[in-house]
Design a binder for this molecule. Structure first.
Ligand code: GDP
Ligand code: MG
Length: 166
């Protein structure tokens, strides 16, 4: 069964960079502002998984479509971190996830390479994820493929868990 994934966050946090890194292993540097839907196959725990990934603008219309969410902020941009908190609330109220079921959400603090400009501590990201029962990663789409891969593999795990628990 396909898994539908929406990548959300404010402008300029690196949503497109993250997706392109995942799909191509490359970092290009400049990305357009167009909404795009990608389809990609991955193998997670020995099983193939087809992912449909929306590189989405800050809109709520994809929330119903999604099986899982990647919520991205930049560690250099506090307002983008606050926006992730709001997105979690929107997802919670829009979708009636069962109480015992973990929401398939991964919170991503991107631009880890820009640590000298950091304004959001790792601990804050971790606490937000803990309070919302989400996964959390700090990554650099610019410098590191592996951590980006972990994000999407982690999400696939979450989506599969949510499917067996219904
Ligand atoms: P989007 O608006 O969320 O899709 O953001 P983009 O993917 O277009 O990235 C916005 C800008 O941030 C671009 O100039 C990217 O090159 C840059 N960028 C994205 N990810 C990183 C990162 O991990 N580190 C650094 N230093 N820059 C990044
Ligand atoms: Mg973009």
């Amino acid at each position: 069964m396909d898994a539908n994934v929406v990548v959300l966050g404010t402008d300029n946090v690196g949503k497109s960079a993250l997706i392109v890194r995942f799909l191509t292993r490359r970092f290009i540097g400049e990305y357009g502002d167009i909404e795009s839907l990608y389809t990609h196959n991955v193998v997670v725990d020995g099983r193939e998984q087809t992912l449909n990934i929306w590189d989405s603008l800050m809109c709520e219309k994809r929330v119903q479509w999604a099986d899982g969410f990647v919520l991205v902020y930049s560690i250099c941009d506090r307002s983008s971190f606050n926006a992730v908190s709001r997105l979690i609330q929107i997802i919670k109220t829009t979708r009636d996830f069962l109480g015992f079921e973990k929401m398939p959400i991964v919170i991503v603090g991107n631009k880890r390479d820009l640590h000298h400009r950091r304004t959001v501590l790792s601990e804050e990201g971790r606490l937000l994820a803990l309070s919302a029962d989400c996964q959390f990663y700090e990554v650099s789409a610019a410098e590191n493929y592996h951590s980006v891969l972990m994000v999407f593999h982690g999400l696939v795990d979450r989506i599969r868990e949510s499917r067996v628990s219904v």
